[in-house]
Design a protein around this ligand. Structure first.
Ligand SMILES: Cc1cc2nc3c(=O)[nH]c(=O)nc-3n(C[C@H](O)[C@H](O)[C@H](O)COP(=O)(O)OP(=O)(O)OC[C@H]3O[C@@H](n4cnc5c(N)ncnc54)[C@H](O)[C@@H]3O)c2cc1C
Length: 400
């Protein structure tokens, strides 16, 4: 990694990607494979072990295959064998038929975020990724795009804003876009080593609170909790005590996970979502990932959608001769789908967070009565996604 300031001029078909998260790295790979000269600018000085587990669904894995890294990801991931929804006493309300899901769509896998980031970074050509490079403004200059970072200005033929939910590029180029909204709940994430793998993953729903877990390939457990809370509330140095107070009496192995957890590893983030945008593109700039459609995490699809975005964007650019018409096609393909998934995720989140005892009793009973096939059918539109086909993308209806 080098700092962008030291790179000097750029050649033809140049793209700047702002943000080196999952979406930005994936976009960098996809565009490079499409023949673009790419610079990925990331404000963080280094890529550490920060993060937690991440679920990759069959749609996200297909996007990773299209980027040429699917098998490397599978090698570093663990396929889900048991998941579903329990109540706080551990009674199963709904079980995911993981075998049938894998048969129909391919497996769901869990990976540590740091491993996924490493694999994506390794797939970028050397000299593409510039750490410690914060973009402070973006602009459209004629048919070019421009970004200003701490030490200078870069111009290119395409700008991909993958700088997350608080996107600086979105604030610069989409001044009318609504601000992210607090979803009313906060999430804790941690990776715990209890010395033995948890037998089943899945989520557990209570009243205004929930927890979830998934085994990781290295034997550790990814554990997360969600609770309704005022925005910004924190218990500095005592987040683990707060988790033990709230969830320490929930079903096994939750108390065991909390007993083995280390305060230092607890991440806490309030959950925000971005209201639907009228467009993901302007001039020669496109929003991607959370910058375009940050959603509540209830479907575990945010990063998977960012991967789909990256593959689709590169495919649209490949299929169209003009950047503007390619971006118009990208917007047509990605906006309806991601906004629909965000709405679904938000709806599931609001049911999961219900408070009232009668309402949660009805919810839990309904879940127990639903056949397994209902869950698989509900997921079908999300999971059956395929990387776009060149012929479809260049078809007349995607051309202006
Ligand atoms: C509790 C929780 C659990 C989740 N679980 C899952 C899951 O299991 N599966 C799933 O698919 N999704 C999950 N998600 C969602 C997922 O984390 C996000 O959708 C995904 O990480 C978005 O990736 P991104 O690259 O678009 O944005 P980000 O990950 O936010 O990356 C943006 C990058 O841009 C950089 N950046 C920001 N501003 C600038 C700037 N001005 N200049 C340069 N760089 C900048 C940041 O440092 C960062 O590296 C979860 C989210 C939460 C909150």
């Amino acid at each position: 990694m080098r700092n962008a300031e030291r790179v000097g001029g750029v050649g033809r078909r140049r793209a700047i990607v702002v943000g080196g998260g999952i979406g930005g790295l994936a976009a960098g790979i996809a565009l490079t494979r499409g023949g673009w000269e790419v610079k990925v600018l990331e404000r963080a000085a280094a890529f550490g072990e920060v993060g937690a587990g991440l679920s990759l669904w069959p749609n996200g894995l297909r996007a990773l295959d299209a980027l040429g890294v699917g098998n490397r990801v599978r090698e570093q991931a663990l396929a889900e064998t048991q998941a579903g929804i329990r109540n706080k006493s551990g009674r199963w309300l709904a079980r995911t038929d993981s075998r049938e899901l894998a048969r129909r769509f391919g497996p769901v896998v869990m990976i540590h975020r740091a491993r996924l980031s490493e694999i994506l970074r390794a797939a970028l050509p050397p000299g593409t990724l510039f750490a410690d490079t914060e973009v402070i403004r973006a602009g459209l200059v004629g048919r070019q795009v421009e970004v200003e970072h701490g030490a200078g200005v870069l111009r290119a033929d395409l700008l991909v804003a993958a700088d997350g939910i608080g996107s600086t590029v979105r604030r610069s180029l989409w001044p009318q876009a609504p601000a992210p909204r607090y979803a009313g709940c906060t999430a804790w994430r941690l990776v715990v080593d209890t010395g033995r793998r948890v037998p089943a993953g899945g989520v557990s729903w209570g009243r205004g609170e929930g927890a979830g877990m998934a085994p990781l390939p290295d034997g550790r457990t990814y554990f997360f909790c969600v609770a309704d809370a005022p925005e910004g509330q924190r218990s500095p140095g005592n987040e683990l005590a707060e988790l033990r107070r709230r969830f320490g009496h929930w079903h096994d192995p939750i108390p065991r996970l909390l007993a083995a957890a280390d305060e230092e590893t607890v991440l806490r983030h309030d959950i925000f979502a971005l209201p639907p945008l009228a467009t993901f593109v302007t001039g020669r700039a496109a929003l991607l990932g959370d910058a375009a459609h940050a959603m509540t995490p209830n479907l575990g699809q945010g990063a998977n959608q960012a991967l789909e975005d990256a593959v689709t964007l590169a495919a649209c650019l490949d299929a169209h001769t003009g950047v503007e018409s390619a971006l118009a096609a990208y917007d047509r393909y990605r906006r309806p789908r991601t906004q629909w998934i965000a709405r679904r995720s938000q709806r599931i989140g609001s049911v999961a967070q219900w408070h009232s005892a009668p309402a949660t009793a009805v919810r839990d009973l309904t879940l127990r009565l639903l056949p397994n096939s209902a869950f698989l059918n509900a997921f079908t539109p999300v999971l059956r996604w395929q990387p776009p086909d060149h012929d479809n993308l260049s078809a007349a209806h995607t051309r202006p």
